[in-house]
Design a protein around this ligand. Sequence first.
Ligand SMILES: C[S@@+](CC[C@H](N)C(=O)[O-])C[C@H]1O[C@@H](n2cnc3c(N)ncnc32)[C@H](O)[C@@H]1O
Length: 259
Amino acid sequence: MKITQRLGLNRINVKKENIETVNQERFKTQEKRNHHPDQSEKSKSYFEQDLFPLLKTEEFIFREYLRNKEAKILVAGCGTGRIPFHLLRMGFTKIVAFDIIPEVIQIAKKIEPSLDFRVLDATNLNEFNAESFDLVIFPYNGIDYIHPIEKRKKALREIHRILNVGGQFIFSSHNSRLISYKKIPVLLRTLLSGLLFTGYYVNYGEHGFIITKYSSIGRIKKELAGCGFKDIHVKGDFSSTVRNYVSCKYCHYIAKKEP
Ligand SMILES: C[S@@+](CC[C@H](N)C(=O)[O-])C[C@H]1O[C@@H](n2cnc3c(N)ncnc32)[C@H](O)[C@@H]1O
């Protein structure tokens, strides 16, 4: 295999207006293969499913911050339902979950038809009233695939609007300060695609291309504050703050809507 192919430098044809389509095509393949490999055979209830596991940091955050089993929870970018199914197992029942891709929602519904799964875009949550959820979760860096930056801000403002006062927003995002030699091909692809300096980087893997927003912890804190969030906590993979800044691939954030 040629080195250009190995690095995923061939076939880069990223037009800025196509970024969301590129990302959605990639998620269609990834979600179907990764999350519920047996879904094609027959539908199983979430209790029988060998669920795609929670990340260690998600486990920690859910244990620390999700104490009220009566909480009304909205899961954004739920894919085929990994997080909603874990929440159900944990005893939460008031769950609404959505994704922008109809095909992945179809799979999620097939696995657990009783759950409220919807096809929605996080940038337009008009169907929910202001102050109608206690908790919003946008797991596994889902927010980083919204392009361009104005739409990402719109999603954050929508999430803030639908949260109850005192409600929390939990999500994760790629860390731009990560120091790793693996970033070299990503930087090369991003340079060749003309996206360098936009904050979005071109990743490439077994499921194809994906364009991802990377941010520093400081930038995310500013972004959240700009959309009205307060009391922002960061949870990385390591106990040391310095190590989290440079070694954490993606960090988790817990932000509050306060009066
Ligand atoms: C990395 S996947 C995470 C999948 C699943 N939530 C999980 O935690 O395993 C990100 C998900 O966010 C969804 N997504 C991206 N942009 C979105 C948007 N604007 N509105 C709703 N969902 C979106 C994608 O379709 C994809 O399913």
